[in-house]
Structure formats: C-alpha cells, structure tokens
Write a protein that binds this ligand. Structure first.
Ligand SMILES: [Zn+2]
Length: 284
C-alpha cells in the first residue's frame, strides 16, 4: 500500500490547481502581483498616498494590492466579450529581447512603445499629468502597479525565440505532483515558484520585508524600466533558469524561489518610487 503523507497531498492538489491555472500564463500569479502592491503601498509618501486613495476610492478593494491584477483581468476579457482597453494593452505585459545578449532595439523589440518598457513609461507620464482625467490617471495607476511586477519576472522580459518560455515545454517530476505533467517554463515562473511556498499574503509580505534590499544600481539611470527589464533578461542566463533536459523537480522550485522573491521585493520598492515621483515630485 502506498502511504501518502498530508504534505504530499497538499502539494499534489496545489500543483494540480496550478497546472490548470498556468494554462493562461499571463503574469506573476495573482499573489505575486498583490505582493508587489502590498510592499509598494508601505513606501508611499503621505502626499502620494492621499492621491492614490483619491484615485482608487471607487474600486472594490481600493489599495495597490487590490488593483494589482486588473490589467490581467481586462486582458482576459478582451479574448471573449471584447474589452477594448484589454486588447489595446495586451502587448504591454512583456518585452521579448533578441538573441542571447538581450539585444534591444526599440523599433524592433518595442514597436510604437507597445511593450512593458514603453507602457510603464507612458502610464507613469499619464499618472503624473494632473491635466488628464481622473479615469485616465486611475487606469494608469492600475496599469503601473501590474506592469512593474511583470517587468521583474524574468520570463516576461525573455527571449523572442521561445516567447519568453511559453514555447519551452517541460515536465514536473516532483514527489507530490502527478508524474509527467506538462507545463512550460513561463508558467513555472508565473505561478509555481511563489505558490509552492504555500504562504498567504500577510505571511509572505512579512517574509519579503525581511529580505535585504541592496543599493539599487538603476537609481538615477535613464529609462529605468528598460534597466529593470534588462536585469530580468540577464538573470535568465546567469541564474541557469532553463533546466537541462526539460525536466524540473522540487529542487528547481526551492533553488529558484529566492530569486523570484528578490524580484518581487525589488519591484515593490521601485513601484513605490515611481508612484512617489509621479504624485509627489520633489519641489524645485
Ligand atoms: Zn501581466
């Protein structure tokens, strides 16, 4: 008789659920985006916080975490009933670099600003512009919360050759999950790494706040969203993100989870800086 330990059962159920969910492969899991919002909210200046509260007042959950997955939701709707903003923004969740050196030519890799780099830049400008309507600025804020998260997920700033890991099929060979289940590398980074920690948002936020936040080399750099995406792309090779033989085990998840967590932590800090700069700029 095979004895199944409770831990194995929960991992198995969890991964089955995640396998279903990962079919969509849109972005960090809901939790990843919510954590970025949660972390950023703590670092807003009082003036930026007041303007965020005003803009989000009519939202079901009027916090950065509460609106963090809106961009994915309208994108999903655009596939069915047709949500014009969802369709328009569908390319704003990622950037595909060319070649192994993460080569970036705006006209090729981000035509007309339609990639995550261009979108963060444009939406931040809209958020900062008090001459724009509240609706435009509210949408811009909701987009930024989401896209700063996406730019930090290495597979959202990966290589065009396999559509950021979406075309890299692999098998999960862990102890708890069903053997031989297929998924793709993009899905693993969107969902499995963080979800397999099995922490709720409150506990995960506490854990992330304990991580060190080293000096940020992109502070003061021109075009920071490009630098963030380039960092993501560089991590793919330097951290051996592509598993050999298209197979991963629990050891892969345990090995790479700290990197995923570091990216969420960085995204939260940078998101707060971006919103503070837009809503509470230093006075001349
Ligand atoms: Zn996304």
């Amino acid at each position: 008789m095979k004895i199944i330990l409770p831990r194995a059962v929960s991992t198995s159920l969890l991964l089955s659920a995640l396998l279903l969910a990962s079919g969509a492969a849109l972005a960090w899991s809901k939790q990843g985006h919510q954590l970025v919002g949660e972390l950023a909210q703590r670092d807003l200046t009082p003036a930026a916080q007041r303007e965020v509260d005003r803009l989000l007042a009519g939202e079901p959950v009027p916090t950065l975490a509460g609106v963090a997955t809106w961009a994915d939701e309208i994108r999903a709707e655009s596939r069915g009933a047709g949500n014009a903003l969802g369709t328009l923004s569908s390319k704003w969740h990622y950037v595909n670099f060319s070649g192994k050196g993460c080569d970036y030519v705006p006209a090729r890799n981000c035509p007309d600003g339609n990639c995550v780099i261009g979108a963060i830049q444009a939406q931040a400008a809209t958020l900062a512009d008090r001459g724009r309507s509240d609706e435009d600025r509210r949408n811009a804020l909701k987009f930024i919360v989401h896209f700063v998260g996406d730019a930090h997920q290495p597979m959202h700033a990966g290589l065009a050759s396999d559509r950021g890991g979406n075309n890299f099929q692999l098998n999960y060979r862990g102890k708890g999950a069903r053997q031989g289940e297929g998924t793709n590398l993009h899905g693993v980074w969107d969902y499995w790494l963080l979800q397999s920690a099995e922490l709720d948002n409150t506990r995960y936020t506490r854990r992330l706040l304990e991580l060190p936040l080293p000096p940020d080399p992109t502070v003061g750099a021109e075009h920071r969203p490009l630098q963030w995406a380039l960092e993501s792309c560089a991590l793919i090779e330097s951290q051996a993100i592509y598993p050999p033989r298209r197979r991963i085990t629990d050891a892969y998840l345990d090995q790479h989870r700290p990197l995923a967590e570091r990216r969420v932590r960085q995204a939260g800090a940078r998101l707060a800086e971006l919103i503070n700069a837009a809503l509470d700029p230093p006075r001349p």
